[in-house]
Write a protein that binds this ligand. Structure first.
Ligand code: UT7
Length: 331
């Protein structure tokens, strides 16, 4: 059975950069607080006319160019997002339309910060089974329009950013190379610790002025709880990925973790027992872009020459649900 390899990656963030000082002008916060608590210095926000699908399109065109492929060469789209452009249908079909193709399947994966690794697992299974040979895996988010950009929402508004990252995946027969394993987890007992309550069909009507007045359409987070679970479960998921393949932390060339909070990443690094050069961090530039954070970080790591053929790449992510996941990849 073949394994799944990464053929090419791409990413795109909106041009508009919003610094911590910019935020301090619109809410009661400061560069010092945001930097100390999260490590974030800036994030990108969309402007008029930009959507998740348009960001994803730009990222996809970059990856296609790198791969020397056309959109019509793709067999399937796996689109990971928790900030879809519309309530339905999912964003995969909007991206498909943006790309000018109309004859391939498009599935949406709704696993928030763990979305990209969940999506990788789905794509990997299809590729290994021979169902699709060229899968476009997308992580794309537009958070800025959903954030409460007043002091009331400052605990979440300062953390999240917009952006898209993609990978084109395909089968390889090269011995030992490709996705070695993926590991997926969920614990719905914590669903309300980081969630957006509405619009939702648990409400009747599913959206109303009252729900909006109550702020139910905003992301609400028990930050300390999320922090606590993330800093334990992310390293655990890395350990599982290594054990499953008979590997140790010393074998890791690069860990590309979901970029949620610099302090969480430092705890993950320490718990796993990795050096600074084994962990990729770019949260300072983009904030938390949920499903887009890993593919954006991976693309930047590749551009910096941080991964060579035969290197061991490990991914780990944790977020709303709670859902979390890891993957081990021989590059
Ligand atoms: O991908 C998964 C998604 N989420 C995460 O990974 C987030 C995980 N959690 C975190 O990163 C941290 O919990 C935060 C960065 C969100 C918050 O850091 P914290 O050290 O847990 O702070 P806190 O929530 O306990 O708040 C401390 C204080 C509070 O004031 P009082 O009650 O001590 O007077 C907050 O009201 O900081 C205040 N605060 C702020 N101050 C300035 C909250 N947000 C802000 C802000 N600027 N943006």
């Amino acid at each position: 059975m073949p394994r799944t390899e990464f053929i090419a990656t791409g990413f795109h963030v909106p041009e508009r950069v919003v610094t911590n000082d910019d935020l301090a002008h619109i809410m009661d916060t400061s560069d010092e607080w945001i930097t100390q608590r999260s490590g974030i210095k800036a994030r990108h926000w969309v402007s008029d006319g930009e959507t998740g699908a348009t960001l994803a399109r730009r990222a996809t065109l970059q990856a296609l160019a790198k791969a020397g492929m056309r959109a019509s060469d793709l067999d399937c789209i796996v689109y990971c997002t928790c900030t879809p452009d519309h309530f339905e249908p999912g964003n995969g079909v909007f991206l498909q339309r943006e790309l000018g193709i109309s004859d391939i399947p498009a599935i949406d994966v709704r696993n928030q910060c763990a979305g990209f690794v969940y999506g990788l697992s789905v794509a990997d299974a299809w590729i290994r089974a021979g169902q699709y040979a060229r899968v476009l895996l997308v992580g794309a988010e537009v958070h800025s329009r959903g954030l409460d950009r007043t002091t009331r929402g400052r605990d979440t508004a300062v953390l999240f950013g917009d952006g898209a990252g993609v990978a084109i995946l395909g089968p390889t027969d090269a011995p030992g190379r490709g996705v070695l394993s993926t590991h997926l987890y969920a614990d719905g007992r914590h669903a309300e610790k980081l969630w957006v309550d509405a619009p939702g069909l648990a409400h009747d009507p599913f959206i109303s002025a009252e729900l909006i007045e109550q702020g139910k359409h905003r992301a609400v987070m028990e930050g300390r709880e999320v922090f606590k679970f993330a800093s334990v479960l992310m390293p655990q998921s890395v350990a599982t990925a290594l054990q499953a393949n008979g590997l140790t932390p010393a074998d890791v060339t690069l860990l590309v973790p979901h970029q949620a909070n610099l302090r969480i990443l430092e705890m993950v690094q320490k718990a796993v027992g990795l050096r600074d050069d084994q962990v990729y961090v770019n949260i300072q530039k983009y904030g938390n872009t949920t499903a887009a954070s890993i593919p954006i970080a991976l693309h930047e790591a590749l551009c910096e020459g941080r991964l060579e053929r035969g290197d061991l790449l490990v991914l780990t992510a944790f977020g709303s649900g709670f859902t979390w996941a890891s993957a081990a990849i021989r590059w």
